[in-house]
Design a protein around this ligand. Structure first.
Ligand code: NAD
Length: 378
């Protein structure tokens, strides 16, 4: 079985779908790995390390020659079409926003597995790329804030005077938010957080944060995910959050509702109510933004209402790519663990009676297996 690892083509993408460690693991199972030259270079993994692990380095991959293609970002429709009938692809697929690729995969008879669709059950945790990459993003967004804040995070008691700790507010306490809380806490900040799922209060406390309770309906849907707040509840949430936002030196937003545009939690007016020099990092900037005015990949200065200066609004983009080495280490493990579940005697044999395999399958045998995506294409 020939497994191809491409050099990622999307602008800003530095991750890679295999590391020398996972190559070794897959080669031991009888898989032949073809790695496109420099595929891991941007993530700090040189070709030599891959070839020492047993991969064959090739100047270019011919998708038509592969049995399996493992990737990071969604494939483009042309690549999907050039895979052979019955071939397998494994990687992030963004099914709801990459419909032409999904259609191309189905038309080409490719069996595609989307890592976003891996069921979030205990047995599949080692394949959960949403969590592994959210962990990286949650850590990174705090560093992005810290570097821009013209203040310390920790309390300092020095001979020259006492510096109070920074106050950090995290909105959205899923995987990324909890990592942000933990990271800000380790840097010595006082950390506060809010989420609309009731279970998150204990999780915030376990990371050392103080949960802010708002007098709001809770909004938990099946599987422990959030559901979208009604428009009235959303307005009320913003009103109740405004004083907390005004007190924060750093605001980090990570709120998301599966399959929907990111909820707007913070208006421009709320940002203008913060102190000059404060920093806002919107991790949801690429999926619609939790903060009004956030632009993916840009720092936007927002003048404060009191005219004393500005707040820096950071629209974070490609956050896991900024830490490509460890992001790839975790991502590649997620990919390899899903493949290991399907490899028998060196061949890929997906067992669709396994709920992890069935759940992660996007297209198979000419059809779109993931019903919400099939509905979008209908
Ligand atoms: P996510 O990225 O979908 O959303 C991030 C957070 O935003 C969530 O905590 C959500 O409740 C919150 N949110 C949505 N609307 C909001 C609003 N208006 N105001 C404030 N917060 C809002 O979430 P995620 O990180 O993917 O985690 C979602 C759930 O899945 C959690 O319950 C998590 O514990 C669970 N999970 C389970 C597993 C597993 O069992 N293997 C793995 C990962 C996550």
């Amino acid at each position: 079985m020939k497994l191809g690892i491409p050099r990622e083509r999307r602008e800003g993408e530095r991750r890679v779908a295999a590391t020398p460690e996972t190559v070794k693991q897959l080669v031991a199972l009888g898989v032949q790995i073809l790695l496109e030259e420099d595929a891991g270079a941007a993530a700090g993994y040189p070709d030599l390390a891959y070839s020492q692990a047993g991969a064959h380095i090739v100047p270019g991959l011919d998708p038509a020659q592969l049995d399996v293609l493992a990737h990071v970002r969604p494939l483009d429709p042309d690549t999907a079409r050039s895979l052979k009938r019955g071939a397998v692809s494994v990687g992030l697929a963004s099914p709801s926003s990459e419909l032409p690729t999904v259609q191309a995969l189905a038309d080409a008879g490719v069996t595609s597995f989307a890592l976003e669709l891996v069921p979030r059950i205990s047995r599949a945790q080692s394949m959960d790329a949403l969590s592994s990459q959210a962990l990286v993003a949650g850590y990174r967004c705090v560093l992005e804030a810290a570097i821009r804040l013209p203040r310390f995070f920790p309390l300092y008691m020095t001979a020259a005077g006492t510096v109070p700790p920074a106050r950090v507010l995290v909105l959205g306490a899923g995987v990324a938010g909890l990592q942000a809380i933990g990271t800000a806490k380790r840097l010595g900040a006082r950390v506060f957080a809010n989420d609309i799922r009731p279970a998150s209060a204990d999780e915030v406390a376990s990371m050392g944060g103080t949960f802010i309770r708002l007098d709001l309906e809770t909004a938990e849907a099946a599987g422990g995910y959030a559901r979208q707040l009604s428009s009235d509840a959303g307005t009320r949430q913003r009103q109740l959050l405004a004083p907390h936002v005004a007190q924060a030196d750093v605001l980090i937003t990570t709120a998301a509702v599966p399959g929907r545009r990111a909820p707007l939690l913070v208006t421009r007016e709320m940002v203008q109510g913060m102190r000059a020099g404060s920093v806002v990092v919107d991790l949801a900037a690429e999926s619609g933004g939790n903060v009004e005015g956030a632009v993916p990949g840009q720092d936007v200065p927002i003048p404060t209402a009191d005219g004393s200066g500005h707040v820096t609004l950071v629209g974070l983009k490609d956050a896991p790519s900024a830490m490509a080495s460890d992001a790839s280490r975790l991502y590649a493990k997620n990919v390899a663990n899903l493949l290991v579940l399907m490899v028998r005697d060196g061949a890929l044999v997906p067992d669709f009676s396994d709920e992890v395999i069935a759940g992660a399958c996007l297209t198979h045998d000419g059809t779109v297996r993931h019903q919400p995506t099939a509905d979008l294409l209908a």
